[in-house]
Design a protein around this ligand. Structure first.
Ligand SMILES: NC(=O)C1=CN([C@@H]2O[C@H](COP(=O)(O)OP(=O)(O)OC[C@H]3O[C@@H](n4cnc5c(N)ncnc54)[C@H](OP(=O)(O)O)[C@@H]3O)[C@@H](O)[C@H]2O)C=CC1
Ligand SMILES: O=C(O)C1=N[C@H](C(=O)O)C[C@H](O)C1
Length: 257
């Protein structure tokens, strides 16, 4: 059976990449786009979205848009009983609450990075943190000049992985006169060119430095992960799932209802 997709943020960098990647998969079909400026019969505006999801018999919405758009999107998906895969980053409390509320009605995957390499990096970081003592940790990320949110969602997730191991105080950038505190984790953001996404976690002690790095060279790696999630999510029970659930097929760790 073909899973019918709607792409929220259809005209953006990721929306167009996901559309092209979906076209190459037999099991998926992108039947609708949503963007602020509707530009054809298959692209509707956010106010038309809920009715269009029902009319086009959509199974899953794949969302790469903007944080402000997420609360209304999550509500529309719940109302239309359509599953949601969202990769949008920089979400504040209202968007996170809206995703949580929607997940009582529909299945939802939200991931700040859909690449397999970042899943592997998180696992490697977990293992490294088990192996080293209280090494100093700094996180750095570089993205294209068009990225709006900083630090990146992935950098935030990497700091959360550190938080699973120890109490930390996040310092976004460093300026002025200040000696590094023992619990600090510095997070550093650069914006330049068309860099797709680079992340590095540095773990350092006296006389040794361990670096864990990932570089996305094409947005297709994010699109592939999001489409795998869409395929996996269609027809599941309501609940909140994560990218580890998708890649391992593990449902024990989800909080599905
Ligand atoms: N999880 C992951 O693996 C990845 C996540 N991302 C995240 O995805 C998001 C989008 O990134 P990117 O594609 O580069 O950004 P773009 O700015 O290129 O695309 C965002 C699109 O969303 C549209 N949009 C704005 N408001 C709405 C709305 N209310 N409803 C529907 N669409 C809307 C914009 O339209 P307009 O321009 O007309 O305003 C734009 O076309 C970011 O948060 C980014 O961090 C990116 C890559 C990978
Ligand atoms: O905006 C982007 O481009 C990306 N955003 C995500 C993030 O904020 O972590 C994921 C990826 O690095 C690309």
């Amino acid at each position: 059976m073909v899973t019918r997709l709607a792409l929220n943020g259809a005209t953006g960098r990721m929306g167009t990449t996901v559309r092209d990647a979906a076209g190459a998969r037999e099991a998926l079909s992108a039947v609708l786009g949503v963007a602020p400026e509707a530009d054809g019969e298959l692209v509707v505006t956010p106010t038309e979205r809920r009715d269009a999801l029902v009319a086009h018999d959509v199974d899953v919405v794949v969302d790469f848009s903007t944080a402000k758009a997420v609360p209304a999107l999550a509500q529309d998906c719940a109302d239309a009983e359509v599953a949601l895969v969202s990769g949008t980053t920089g979400l504040g409390d209202s968007a996170l609450d809206a995703i949580e509320a929607a997940s009582a009605e529909i299945p939802v995957v939200h991931a700040r990075n859909f690449s397999q390499g970042i899943v592997a990096l998180r696992r490697a970081l977990d293992a490294a943190l088990d192996a080293v003592g209280d090494y100093d940790i700094e996180v750095a990320e570089t993205h294209h000049r068009g990225k709006q949110d900083a630090p990146s969602g992935t950098a935030t997730t990497l700091v959360e992985t550190v938080t699973d191991h120890r109490t930390v105080e996040t310092v976004n950038g460093r300026a002025g006169t200040h000696v590094r505190g023992e619990t600090e984790v510095g997070v550093h953001s650069r914006r330049a060119g068309n860099v797709r996404g680079e992340h590095e976690v540095m773990l350092a002690d006296n006389d040794e430095v361990l670096r864990l790095c990932h570089r996305a060279e094409d947005r297709s790696v994010f699109a592939a992960g999001a489409l795998t999630a869409a395929d996996w999510l269609a027809g599941r029970d309501p609940g909140r799932y994560d990218i580890e659930d998708v890649l391992t097929g593990n449902e024990d760790d989800s909080d599905s209802q």
